[in-house]
Design a protein around this ligand. Structure first.
Ligand SMILES: [Zn+2]
Length: 428
């Protein structure tokens, strides 16, 4: 728990979030523009952004409208990583107020360390609290404080009641401890990654163990419809998801009615852009870039997250939230490259596999060494069942046409990275 003043601040922010989800686009544009102007004034104090803005001819910012943001160049994790610490830092923030240093998980091969301002921590904790309140409306009233069981997500933004490492799933002793902790402490909600959810269901089935959660919140990787239905049946409760990044907090949470993702607009500005960083019309897919107002120590301005997606209007969502939907098409790094150089999203392929083979295949991972050459690593539910490999080849070949030479590698397990994420595509 934080200090009483921090707790009060978090409660106010949570309340503000639940109210502002109903603001119109016009109202939000005004708020966003004001916040963006203040934010950019702070960002410009760091030598890096000062130079970037003046080279781009926008050093006299503030702009008149949010679309003026397009004149600011995009920054990526790789660009920020190359900077000396002092270049990216706002020198006016005294050392004591800089917050603590955190790092991204490095699943993209480019881990980034930065100061996470105290204020961002407060905002992020409010986002989590708002998210839990929002999902909780789907079940009978939960006793406060809500008891959350965190499996394998390294978190520092929320005082989760119980945190268990994901590695505990891999040995008998760890699992015995985990099951008895569940039965002794009676948590309401499971908070985990899609990978650990898959592993938990696998081991619970083998160990003939079960625990009834009120609902499950999973993050990090999208699940196919077939996988979701399987987990709903297995865990006998609903599943919700959210979309966030360590650098900038929660960007979107799943709608309890439509199951699409509502954008969270309060503390940052999300744009969908083409390769040149120009905004593209609503409804079209592009790269997601984000400006996060709440960290003025190490600012993220037009930061390329590494995911692709699009924004869609809600037209009156039945849940009452008017924020646009954010739809993803996968990580930019998760595209297969065919022999002729065509890019093919692997997320869609993994969903096709789980839809036609959910009873036979537990998990897949793609390994690409050269364009047009693909290894599919797969964990079979029953390795002795005939014809599964042929069926898998049929699904994959139909999707990839004749552009790939495919090899299958049957494995016992696909081990997640220490962050709890399992990359869908590994490029060697
Ligand atoms: Zn909704």
């Amino acid at each position: 728990m934080g200090t009483p003043a921090e707790e009060a601040d978090i409660s106010l922010c949570t309340l503000a979030l639940s109210i502002s989800q109903k603001f119109s686009d016009r109202e939000f544009n005004k708020i966003q523009l004001r916040k963006m102007r203040n934010f950019l004034v702070e960002a410009k104090k760091s030598p890096f952004y000062n130079k970037l803005f003046s080279e781009a001819g926008v050093s006299t910012w503030p702009g008149e409208k949010l679309s003026d943001m397009q004149y600011i160049p995009i920054v990526s994790r790789a660009i920020l990583n190359r900077l000396a610490k002092s270049e990216w830092l706002n020198p006016e923030i005294p050392e004591l107020l800089r917050g603590h240093i955190v790092s991204t998980s490095g699943s993209t091969g480019n881990p980034l360390s930065f100061y996470f301002a105290k204020q961002s921590g407060i905002r992020m904790r409010a986002q989590f609290r708002y998210m839990l309140d929002y999902f909780s409306q789907t079940v009978d009233a939960l006793k406060q404080p809500v008891r959350v069981f965190n499996l394998g997500i390294k978190t520092w933004v929320y005082p989760w009641l119980m945190v268990v490492s994901g590695q505990d799933l891999e040995n008998n002793e760890g699992r015995t401890r985990l099951y008895s902790l569940l039965n002794e402490t009676h948590p309401d909600i499971l908070f985990t990654t899609a990978t650990y959810l898959r592993q938990l269901s696998y081991w619970m089935r083998r160990d003939k163990s079960f625990y009834q959660f009120k609902f499950i919140v999973y993050t990090a990787e999208p699940l196919s419809q077939a996988d979701r239905s399987f987990f709903v049946r297995f865990f006998k409760c609903d599943l919700f998801s959210m979309y966030g990044i360590r650098e900038c907090g929660l960007l979107a949470i799943e709608c309890v009615k439509t199951r699409k993702f509502h954008l969270i607009r309060e503390w940052g500005y999300l744009e969908i852009v083409d390769e040149l960083g120009h905004p593209i019309p609503e409804g079209n897919f592009g790269d997601i870039v984000y400006s996060f107002y709440e960290n003025i120590v190490n600012p993220f301005v037009r930061y390329k997250i590494g995911d692709r997606g699009r924004l869609l209007k809600t037209n009156g969502c039945p849940c009452g939230n008017v924020a646009p939907y954010l739809e993803f098409s996968g990580r930019t790094s998760e595209f297969l490259v065919s022999a002729s150089g065509k890019l093919i999203p692997c997320l869609h392929l993994s969903h096709l596999i789980s839809e036609s083979l959910s009873d036979e295949i537990h998990q897949v991972q793609f390994i690409q060494i050269n364009p047009g050459k693909l290894i599919i690593r797969a964990v079979f539910k029953n390795p002795n069942k005939p014809d599964v490999a042929e069926k898998l080849f049929r699904v994959v070949k139909k999707y990839l046409q004749k552009e790939f030479v495919i090899k299958l590698e049957k494995v016992m397990e696909i081990v997640p990275l220490s962050s709890g994420k399992t990359p869908l595509l590994v490029k060697k």
